[in-house]
Design a protein around this ligand. Structure first.
Ligand SMILES: [Ca+2]
Length: 443
């Protein structure tokens, strides 16, 4: 699904409620992905005090701007009709579907919240790949075996990956995981108020199309504050691109129809580049004195080449298909597990561009297939808080590094800068923005 990260807690795709905290950390600390999609449920921060609107410095989030947009809501909705018309929605349908719509102002708090998450990344992965999800996922795979058989055959996507997405996104359709806000109201609100209006106009129109066609009954079209819905948390525009009718009733109902849910999610992964018969990645062990400058996702080598650098799998297992290319990822830095990531990891990242989230999906898929837990332990050290991430960027910028904008989102530029700084400071250059690196930068 498309990515559209604008920074801030509220802007990452990532959809299950249990995962609430994950995507922030993942996208900002470990992920470093320049883009991530807004989907919201992951960011409904139930334990967080709601921040005051206007906490970000964006002019459209200023209290006066929000109040003015709220007052203008009806005419904003009316003004979007041409966009709907271009998608074949009649004036009558538009009138009917938008009648009585009011903005959900609570969403502005979510949109602008920037919670401080500093749990270690391993905690998030462990939280996501819970014993419950492993057990429930195996049950789901057995219960819907014939559907998984058919979808796997048609779309060429590993059933365990589809089942893992289902599990990570919503704990297999738990009401809490799916969110309970009207998708139409949420997307209408975000299309007219706040700093993401342009992005959400498309989501709003896509939502109207779903309702106009009757793919999902209106009272079932509920989801996260940002409009992700159903057990695998489709955004409305992603639904339009990827959803399929797999039970043959003429509706693409990714909320109520198990065949449609499974096949649509498989179709999404397929169109995002899933290669059938291959895995997403391998946990690997690095040799002593490894040159950590290879930890760079732009360095893609064959598994053979990686093996020639002394990289092995835990237990000494061989790499199947040694010509597959992969990049080396150390999600928690040199003190944590290492992985060689294959192209299917990138396909999962398109579903949710947060490393730990994608790692959780990959790992859960392995667990569902019967695999074990990771061989290496996650380090106990905490991740940087948001203010520390900002400070790290400021300190790097002061030393002349180009780290992009100072926004607390540690992307690839920051990682490269950290790596270079580590080399100069005599540290292991794993590119990981650790507390130790920050302390060294302060000196
Ligand atoms: Ca259907």
């Amino acid at each position: 699904m498309k990515a559209d990260h604008q920074g801030g807690a509220a802007a990452t795709r990532g959809r299950g409620t249990t995962a609430a905290v994950v995507a922030v950390v993942l996208a900002t600390i470990a992920g470093g992905c320049a883009q991530a999609q807004v989907t919201g449920s992951i960011f409904d921060p139930p334990a967080q005090p709601a921040p005051a609107p206007g906490r970000s410095s964006h002019p459209l989030m200023a209290p006066q701007a929000i109040a003015a947009a709220e007052a203008n809501f009806d005419s904003c909705i009316a003004g979007m009709y041409p966009l709907a018309q271009a998608k074949g929605i009649s004036p009558q349908a538009y009138q009917r579907l938008t009648a009585g719509l009011t903005p959900d102002m609570k969403i502005m708090d979510f949109l602008d919240s920037q919670p401080e998450f500093s749990k270690p990344i391993g905690d998030y992965v462990n939280m996501l790949v819970s014993d419950y999800r492993v057990k429930k996922g195996k049950e789901i795979l057995a219960q819907y075996k014939t559907i998984f058989d058919a979808a796997e055959k048609k779309y060429g996507v590993d059933r365990y990956a589809v089942a893992a997405i289902w599990g990570i996104e919503s704990s297999y359709g738990s009401p809490q995981g799916m969110g309970n806000r009207s998708v139409l109201r949420s997307t209408a609100t975000l299309a007219c108020i706040g700093r993401r209006q342009e992005f959400f106009r498309d989501e709003f129109i896509a939502t109207l199309q779903i309702l106009d066609k009757g793919d999902v009954p209106a009272d079932h079209l509920k989801g996260s504050w940002a409009g992700a819905f159903g057990p695998t948390q489709f955004m409305p525009t992603s639904f339009q691109r990827f959803a399929v009718d797999f039970d043959g009733d003429g509706k693409r109902n990714v909320v109520d129809s198990i065949p449609d849910i499974i096949a649509s999610t498989a179709n999404n992964l397929k169109l995002d580049g899933w290669e059938f018969g291959k895995t997403w990645g391998y946990e690997v062990v690095l040799p002593k004195n490894f040159d950590y400058r290879y930890v760079d996702r732009s360095k893609r080598y064959s598994l053979n080449q990686w093996a020639s650098l002394g990289i092995t799998r835990p237990g000494g297992k061989a790499f199947p298909r040694a010509t597959d290319t992969a990049f080396l990822l150390l999600p928690a830095g040199a003190n944590g597990p290492a992985f060689l990531m294959l192209p299917n990891f990138s396909a999962i990242l398109k579903y949710n561009p947060a490393d730990a989230y994608a790692l959780a999906i990959g790992h859960l898929s392995d667990r569902l297939r019967g695999g074990g837990t990771f061989a290496q332990n996650w380090p106990d050290e905490r991740a940087l808080t948001r203010s520390e991430r900002v400070e790290m960027q400021q300190l790097l910028a002061q030393r002349g590094y180009d780290i992009g904008s100072v926004d607390g989102i540690l992307g690839s530029k920051t990682r490269v800068a950290v790596q270079d700084f580590q080399v100069r400071a005599g540290m292991l250059p794993d590119g990981y923005p650790s507390v130790a690196v920050l302390q060294k930068l302060r000196n």
